[in-house]
Design a protein around this ligand. Structure first.
Ligand code: HEM
Ligand code: HEM
Length: 172
């Protein structure tokens, strides 16, 4: 049974901030859209796949080692909202790279993870890579809005409620 440590473990904290950088990196290298077939942005694939690789140990550590109780433990609605918000972020961290991998497979471009070639997970098609690829393109931007809201809430906890939320996710 996971217990509730007072703060996030060092590994969880490092993975959190590394993931933030990788998402920003993937977003900044995503330029290209439909032109990806001619000129695939291998850095985009590498950053995005690294997000997927990091989410696995992160979830495992979360279940084995536990995470701190949500802030505002007295307010059940706020705790539920925080739990749902974090679950949605995790969902994006898994679905976004997999849908991107699928989109790249449909486009028939080489899928490289920092030089290591990965297999395609879908048949190559001519023309449009399909609905999941469209969802990927939109989700790639939506996650930034969600993360922005999430960051604003974290800062609000820290500055207005003064409950030390940011400290729990900081390496001292
Ligand atoms: C997890 C972080 C990721 C983010 C934030 C992200 C973000 C985006 C965004 C915003 C676009 C739209 C670009 C545009 O319209 O100009 C896009 C497109 C694309 N991404 Fe990602 N992506 C991620 C991961 C991946 C991964 C892991 C792969 C492949 C292994 C991938 C492959 C693609 C492909 C092939 C497209 C073009 C899709 C199409 O033409 O319909 N992405 N991505
Ligand atoms: C792409 C950007 C981001 C993603 C995907 C993301 C994702 C997440 C997730 C999934 C959690 C829940 C961890 C768990 O309980 O297992 C979390 C927690 C946290 N994040 Fe982020 N985050 C991002 C950016 C940020 C930024 C910019 C800040 C700070 C301004 C921040 C501050 C925090 C804090 C303080 C917690 C702990 C919340 C608590 O104690 O309940 N995050 N983040």
């Amino acid at each position: 049974m996971p217990h509730n440590p007072p703060r996030y473990s060092k590994t969880m904290i490092v993975i959190h901030w590394l993931t933030v950088l990788l998402i920003l990196g993937a977003w900044l290298t995503s330029e290209g859209g439909r032109r990806m077939a001619e000129n695939p942005p291998l850095l985009h694939f590498s950053f995005g796949l690294a997000v997927l690789i990091l989410v696995l140990p992160r979830l495992l550590l979360r279940f084995i080692g536990g995470v701190p109780d949500e802030a505002q433990a007295g307010n059940r609605l706020a705790v539920a909202a925080a739990k749902i918000g974090h679950a949605v972020l995790y969902l994006f961290l898994i679905a976004l790279p997999i849908s991107g991998w699928y989109a790249a497979s449909r486009l028939g471009v080489p899928i490289s993870f920092f030089g290591v070639q990965l297999p395609a997970i879908a048949e190559r098609v001519q023309g449009s890579p399909g609905l999941i690829a469209d969802l990927h393109e939109n989700a790639g931007t939506i996650i930034l809005y969600l993360a922005g809201l999430h960051a604003a809430l974290a800062v609000w906890h820290q500055v207005v409620l003064r409950d030390g939320t940011l400290q729990r996710m900081s390496l001292r």
